[in-house]
Design a protein around this ligand. Structure first.
Ligand code: SF4
Ligand code: SF4
Ligand code: FES
Length: 250
């Protein structure tokens, strides 16, 4: 992509819940362009009715999630120069969720899942003035989970949702990150381990790490969130000492 008059072909999925097909659009490209720029240009010049969701164009709102050449990506953060130039670039909606139109999917299932997770419940304040004391190392541990922009690219790539459609039984990597942020929060006193095993379906995750690979915020989803949560489930439900503690609690 060295000159301003270079052209590239984009194979864009057009359709809705009833079905659809890829349509080729050829448009001019320039150095520095991202996939979202090309889609906007196609929308402006050739397909005014092409539906695409976006907001910040800075990788922070999580709205422009799609699949570019078959890989879950933020369209606004995917430079054309990263993609092979010799064949059409495919751009399609996330496949783990129902399509609404063209590149826009219905991600409302995720918001319903979030409501099922027990909210933050802090312990009583540590000081008379209503403040708490926390060790910096405990704060650092959960900090990366707070970077999530809810783009749902990790949910899209996870085979438990994408291929096995276990949306009723598994909350997916995004919400395991959310549970980890709450469970490891130094002030939180709620216990979500029982739900993790049953309602949240953590056992379905077989640690393939596909979710970690696509996260645009580089959150170490599997190693830092899911594996420690799995360890908590094992400790509480399958370790003899954990079972003894449960017996005393009941
Ligand atoms: S590591 Fe687990 S949550 Fe992540 S994609 Fe694989 S199965 Fe899904
Ligand atoms: S964990 Fe990463 S990939 Fe998943 S929703 Fe959050 S930012 Fe997106
Ligand atoms: S438009 Fe906001 S993340 Fe891409």
């Amino acid at each position: 992509m060295g000159t301003d008059d270079e052209r590239m072909t984009f194979r864009v999925w057009r359709g809705d819940r009833q079905g659809g097909a890829f349509v080729d659009y050829t448009t001019s490209v320039a150095p520095g362009m991202v996939v979202l720029d090309a889609i906007h240009q196609i929308q402006a010049e050739q397909a005014n009715d092409l539906a695409v969701r976006w907001n910040c164009k800075a990788g922070k709102c999580g709205s422009c999630s799609a699949e570019v050449n078959g890989t879950p990506k933020l369209m606004c953060m995917t430079r054309l120069s990263e993609l092979p130039q010799d064949k059409p670039i495919t751009v399609e909606p996330m496949r783990a969720f129902p399509p609404i139109r063209d590149l826009v999917t219905d991600v409302s299932w995720n918001f319903a899942v979030k409501k099922q997770i027990k909210p933050f419940q802090p312990r009583a304040p540590d000081a008379a003035d209503g403040t708490w004391r926390m060790a910096q190392s405990d704060v650092d541990r959960v900090q990366e989970f707070r970077k999530c922009i809810e783009c749902f690219l990790c949910q899209d790539v996870c085979h438990v949702l994408r291929e096995h459609h276990l949306h009723e039984e598994f909350i997916g990597p995004r919400f395991l990150v959310h549970v980890a942020a709450l469970e490891m929060h130094p002030l939180d006193v709620e216990n979500r381990v029982e739900e993790l095993r049953r309602a949240h379906g953590i056992g379905y995750c077989n640690i393939t790490k596909c979710c970690t690979k696509v996260c645009p915020e580089h959150i170490t989803i599997t190693d830092n969130a899911i594996i420690p949560l799995k360890e908590r489930v094992v400790d509480e439900f399958f370790h003899p000492l954990g079972q003894l503690v449960k017996l005393f609690r009941s």
